[in-house]
Design a protein around this ligand. Structure first.
Ligand SMILES: Cc1cc2nc3c(=O)[nH]c(=O)nc-3n(C[C@H](O)[C@H](O)[C@H](O)COP(=O)(O)OP(=O)(O)OC[C@H]3O[C@@H](n4cnc5c(N)ncnc54)[C@H](O)[C@@H]3O)c2cc1C
Length: 442
């Protein structure tokens, strides 16, 4: 079902990404890329590294002191790195290393904890894929309900159309659509107002964010909405309060009297036990010399600085992104894929953009023994890879799913709350801290 906000300034891009479209020449045109630039997040690794370089000085005490303020669209107090980290144009390890090069672990602790939240959410969902499957199923039901339930449909239209009459919410709904970004505190307020004041189902809100955020991530997004609703830590919800909004927007907004500040948490009888963590091959494991292996990347992990993984591959391909609506967010993804392809080709390796069907054909034609790919975690690409695995197997080709060491080390600890998880931070920081210089060491 087309979403009601899709008509607003969002024309369908002419993307030729249908199965079998081959090399994806039409992925994104220069004009469309320029439109993405306008949102101030250029979808390239170079732009991500530049953002990291200019932010790193502020990642210490200044970040800890000011990060909760939403000062409008100028964002000096947070990094704005999430779109890059989400697609791994820049990796978590690169971000943490750069920050630790500049600050001591204790000064950088708050910022590193935030980077760690992403890994916690990814690990938590990885161990409980049913949570995401249930979210998608609920969403399907709710979309049908939108067509029959007039009250629900009208409230949903008002929220997406930024006409609820709650000035801050309406402003942020426009900001989300125009820029693909909202400050963390604002995401919490928006989600809370959506659920507890507008009384809309959290799943529809998570889907709205997922379609518009530049950093839209199945784990961080879905689980943050569940957290706000009171489903992550059972019975503990996040209530947006007018006084808090007034303080942290420095008086730009004051929705006094407009919010339900006494709502009770959402309840849901479904419980989810963590499955056993299954170790995958580390991403950087050498290919056996006797095997012919190809690498397949997805838009969930465009490998940051780790392109050396690809050097021994017989062939490198990127799974073509699925055809999407033309939001700012989707233009970012498509631009990121174009950028990854250029970076790979700059190392002298040809990288084609292929549909799953073409991947199987290529693997057969080149008589590959295996196709290596990074496990993207719970998301549509994981589903596509698992389907691909069946087709590859029936052609005698193995899918070699791999995982970065950062996630291999941390995912097994995402079994309970974040408090337990973050106890792993000092160990990781120790591994990442810059080595003492020769003169200091001697
Ligand atoms: C309802 C809701 C939905 C969200 N959806 C997403 C999402 O789809 N994708 C996403 O990456 N983040 C999501 N977040 C988390 C957070 O809001 C963003 O990561 C953050 O605002 C990104 O801005 P930044 O890069 O300037 O963050 P900074 O404050 O500079 O943090 C540095 C990095 O740490 C990570 N990070 C920071 N806070 C969080 C957090 N609470 N959870 C997970 N990672 C975090 C991000 O990778 C970020 O780039 C959501 C939060 C809420 C409340």
């Amino acid at each position: 079902m087309p979403a009601p906000d899709d008509g607003k300034g969002e024309q369908q891009l002419d993307l030729d990404l249908a199965a079998g479209s081959g090399d994806g020449q039409h992925l994104v045109s220069p004009a469309e890329l320029a439109e993405t630039d306008a949102s101030s997040w250029l979808p390239t690794r170079a732009a991500g590294l530049e953002r990291l370089r200019s932010f790193v000085r502020r990642a210490g005490r200044e970040y800890a002191r000011t990060r909760n303020y939403d000062d409008g669209r100028s964002r000096e107090n947070v990094s704005g790195l999430s779109p890059y980290v989400r697609r791994r144009l820049v990796s978590e390890v690169e971000v943490a290393r750069a920050v630790l090069d500049e600050h001591s672990p204790s000064v950088a602790e708050k910022f590193l904890q935030e980077v760690f939240w992403r890994t916690y959410w990814r690990g938590w969902l990885y161990l409980r894929p049913q949570v995401y499957a249930d979210f998608l199923a609920d969403l399907g039901t709710l979309r049908q309900q939108l067509e029959t339930d007039r009250r629900l449909g009208a409230a949903y239209q008002k929220a997406l159309g930024a006409t609820t009459g709650i000035a801050c919410f309406d402003e942020w709904a426009v900001e989300l659509r125009e820029t693909g970004y909202l400050h963390n505190h604002t995401r919490m307020w928006v989600a809370s107002i959506w659920i507890f004041t507008l009384r809309l189902p959290w799943q529809l809100g998570a889907d709205w964010f997922a379609r518009h955020l530049l950093d839209a991530d199945p784990a961080s997004n879905t689980l943050s909405w569940r957290w706000v609703a009171g489903l992550h830590t059972r019975g503990k919800h996040y209530l947006a309060r007018a006084a808090n909004i007034r303080k942290f927007t420095r008086g730009r907004f004051d929705p006094s009297g407009q919010l339900d500040e006494a709502a009770v948490p959402i309840s849901d009888s479904r419980t989810y036990l963590a499955r056993q963590f299954q170790e995958l091959t580390p991403a950087n494991t050498l290919m056996p010399a006797s095997e012919r292996v190809g690498w397949l990347l997805t838009d969930d992990d465009l490998l940051g600085a780790d392109l050396q993984f690809l050097s021994e591959a017989c062939v490198v391909a990127i799974l073509a992104p699925e055809r999407q609506q033309a939001t700012v967010a989707n233009r970012f993804v498509q631009g990121a894929v174009v950028d990854a392809r250029k970076r790979i080709e700059a190392t002298g390796i040809e990288a084609s953009l292929l549909s799953p069907h073409d991947v199987v054909e290529l693997a057969r034609a080149l008589r590959l023994d295996a196709v290596a790919a990074l496990d993207p975690g719970c998301c549509a690409n994981r589903q596509r890879l698992l389907e691909l695995e069946n087709h590859l197997e029936s052609n005698g080709v193995r899918l070699d799913l791999r995982m970065h060491n950062w996630e291999r080390q941390l995912f097994p600890f995402a079994t309970a709350g974040y408090f337990k998880f973050k106890k792993q931070l000092p160990r990781l920081v120790e591994q990442l801290r810059p080595l003492p210089s020769r003169s200091a060491a001697s």
